[in-house]
Design a protein around this ligand. Structure first.
Ligand code: HDE
Length: 713
């Protein structure tokens, strides 16, 4: 196969900036499978050159087609078999290649090689996803996001298959099919797509109080991220790390985005689902293509084995998090995504994650959800990828050697040599042989945890408090985050047809989290407000907020990677655009020129500007902020254009930073908008840029929110 050219400016070689001399094992390996047809003849799958790809073989020009036509049959047969089953959950997703680099040796905690050598760049493939919707559903729906990372380490693949929320809906894997059946579209009519706002979901979660904490997270702004790079990631379960001496600690994995954490507003999320269903995957793709690589820090919360029972919740309960104020997150390395896949199907669709893909130095806890997942992921790949050889697919192959006595099965790639496919054997010298545990480079051994117990089907009493951490999350939210949560519950429950389900959610669940939350939601959905807050869990205790849970405390403080719409029309002032562009470049942000149509615009200085999109093609919801340069003629065009006025009004309603230069200030007067910390005007760009950048770094002008209630959506 010929070597294809590499994508854009990105490089899997594994550096922040493209470094083509730095070799990467996974890249080399994938190159061997990449196909490039440039300059090549069209052939059948067996290499026979095809002379005519327009006409099937027929008896005469108008006669029947012949069975003999092996070219037609091969092409149609392949086409008929092109689809594989989509993932039963997390079907909708997007992936990217990159690398991980540890900050410093972590030998006191783990013997895992990739966490101990800061000079090593471990290749990774990451897949982000929604949970509920099918493969073709919209990116911006209210949902949990999957955050699955495959590290191709020198000691085997390690998959960290997490989410963008630190807890989960249920405590035991045996409830997973029930939960998923409830959240998926309803079985009789397959409605709704990509949404939890329907009866079966709320029926289930209102009957299962252990879901209260996670449902609160999904009703928060975390469930509508602006972009994947603005999400935190969590391993959710408690894992173990084991060092070379065999000492073990408990760990929780965290991904902290360098871009900070910020979200869409609900109206934007809904509109984007229609206007640009690919919004998240498009941003990931475009950021990587232009060399603006998304990055996350990997961190761990570490709990000594002897502190296993030091908390007022159970470390094995996946509906609980460890507050970061109790156990700080220790940064241990950085992930950079710097290369887009060449082929969505071969890489993003065929990638097969599994918690059981693990390396020496990392181990499992007894979290009953984790334990069930250890079964599920391989099982699901057998169906999805058609048999047990899925680890031989290029995207799944480890970069280190792998040898065992597993043989045959559909689509076997490896041509195993030798005659003994069993162990022990004396015919092939006994190879491959076990790699017993040694101080450093031994094989995987499970941590020898001592357990003495009876075989029972029972939930531990230590899993019994379902509301304390929901109260903690609620108490940690800022006022506007709380308001959004109330709105989200009200929206979702208003779509629930059965009144008794609405009532149960309010009276049995929300009332145990917060009286005000329950009361306000009740009033919005026509349910009688609860008389008083029931005292469940630790409700009687005063809740001390955890600042690490509020997105207000998770901004990066800069505007790197943010995107600005620049509204232009004929006669636009060149100098304002130039000042903005150089400032955005300096800040690591970008812009797009948006005009009434995509026809070229002539600036006041006589320059021909080619718009990146029309106002209809790229609405303000696709941007973080809006900039309108001056220029009387251009502003007159915008003032007379309803789409332009709506553009501005919508950006204002969505609490974005808006800069109006010179005559563009008239747009605010025409729309009767009050100037504020984010709606800024000045004679020219210079006068407005500092405040504009400051407002963008805050992401939204929250103080404006109450004033926008009367503005039509
Ligand atoms: Fe998954 N999950 N899950 N899950 N999960 C799958 O595996 C499952 C859970 C997560 O981008 C499936 O290959 C069970 C928690 C992600 O390919 C399946 C239980 C967390 C992805 C499966 C859980 C996750 C999956 C579907 C409860 C966060 C997408 C297709 C015991 C820590 C991976 C597939 C990708 C995918 C089972 C709960 C994250 C069926 C049984 C908790 C990110 O195997």
């Amino acid at each position: 196969m010929d070597m294809p050219p590499k994508h854009g400016t990105s490089d899997l070689a594994g550096t922040d900036t493209p470094d083509r001399n730095n070799k990467n094992a996974k890249l080399d390996q994938l190159d061997a499978y990449r196909e490039d047809a440039t300059g090549q003849d069209l052939t059948t799958n067996t290499g026979t050159r095809i002379a005519d790809n327009q006409n099937s073989l027929k008896v005469g020009e108008r006669g029947p087609t012949l069975l003999e036509d092996f070219i037609l049959r091969e092409k149609i047969t392949h086409f008929d078999h092109e689809r594989i089953p989509e993932r039963v959950v997390h079907a909708r997703g997007a992936g990217a290649h990159g690398f991980f680099q540890a900050y410093a040796p972590l030998s006191e905690l783990t013997k895992a090689d990739f966490l101990n050598d800061p000079s090593k760049k471990t290749p990774v493939f990451v897949r982000f996803s929604t949970v509920q919707g099918p493969r073709g559903s919209a990116d911006t729906v209210r949902d949990v996001r999957g955050f699955a990372v495959k590290f191709y380490t020198d000691e085997g693949n390690f998959d960290l298959v997490g989410n963008n929320m630190p807890v989960f809906f249920i405590q035991d894997a045996i409830k997973f099919p029930d939960f998923v059946h409830a959240v998926k579209p309803e079985p009789h009519n397959e409605i709704p797509t990509g949404q939890s706002a329907h009866d079966t979901f709320w029926d289930f979660v209102s009957l299962v109080p252990e879901s209260a904490h996670m449902v609160l997270w999904t009703m928060s702004d975390r469930a509508i991220p602006v972009t994947y790079r603005a999400m935190e990631g969590f391993g959710v379960h408690t894992f173990r790390m084991v060092n070379a001496e065999g000492k073990s600690v408990f760990v929780k994995f965290h991904w902290k985005p360098v871009s900070g954490v910020f979200s869409l507003v609900w109206d934007e999320a809904q509109k984007l689902a229609g206007k640009d269903p690919d919004f998240h995957r498009r941003q990931l793709w475009e950021d990587i293509e232009k060399g603006d690589y998304p990055q996350w820090e990997l961190g761990v919360q570490v709990v000594a084995e002897e502190d296993e029972h030091a908390f007022d919740f159970d470390l094995l309960d996946p509906t609980k998090l460890i507050p970061e104020e109790l156990v700080p997150v220790r940064p241990i390395g950085k992930l950079t995504l710097n290369r887009n896949p060449d082929n969505f199907f071969a890489e993003t669709e065929q990638v097969a994650f599994h918690l059981g893909h693990i390396v020496p130095g990392i181990d499992f806890s007894n979290d009953p959800l984790l334990q069930g997942r250890l079964f599920s992921y391989t099982d699901t790949q057998l169906l999805r990828l058609g048999g047990p050889n899925f680890n031989e697919l290029p995207i799944n192959r480890p970069v280190c050697p792998f040898h065992n006595n597993q043989r045959d099965a559909p689509h076997r790639q490896t041509i195993n040599r030798g005659r003994a496919s069993y162990e022990p054997n004396s015919i092939d010298g006994g190879w491959p042989k076990e790699a017993p545990e040694a101080p450093s480079k031994g094989g995987f051994t499970s941590y020898p945890e001592a357990i003495s117990a009876q075989k029972i089907r029972q939930r531990s009493a230590s899993f019994g408090d379902h509301f304390s951490q929901a109260q903690l999350f609620w108490a940690s939210m800022s006022a506007h985050e709380q308001a959004h949560i109330i709105n989200a519950y009200s929206f979702e429950l208003s779509k629930v047809e059965r009144m008794h389900i609405r009532e149960r959610q309010v009276h049995e669940i929300l009332a145990n989290i917060d009286a005000d939350l329950a009361r306000q939601v009740a009033l919005n959905i026509g349910v009688k407000p609860p008389a008083e807050q029931a005292k469940k869990g630790a409700a009687a205790k005063a809740v001390k907020p955890s600042p690490a849970l509020s997105q207000m405390n998770l901004l990066s403080g800069n505007i790197k990677s943010r995107k600005v719409a620049v509204l232009i029309a004929n006669g636009v002032n060149d100098a304002d655009i130039d000042s903005l562009v150089s400032r955005l470049q300096a800040e690591g942000a970008s812009h797009k020129l948006i005009a009434p149509s995509v026809a070229p615009v002539t600036s006041a200085g006589g320059k021909s500007l080619v718009p990146d999109a029309s106002m209809e093609g790229m609405p303000s919801i696709a941007f973080d902020a809006l900039f309108v340069p001056g220029g009387k003629a251009a502003v007159d065009v915008l003032l007379a254009n309803g789409t332009a006025l709506h553009y501005l009004l919508e950006a204002y309603k969505h609490l974005k930073a808006i800069a109006l230069c010179g005559d563009a200030g008239d747009l605010a007067s025409q729309l009767r908008l009050e100037m504020d910390a984010g709606l800024l005007s000045a004679a020219d760009a210079h006068g407005v840029l500092d405040a504009f950048v400051t407002a963008m770094a805050q992401h939204r002008v929250w103080a404006r929110e109450p004033k926008t209630a009367a503005i039509p959506a």
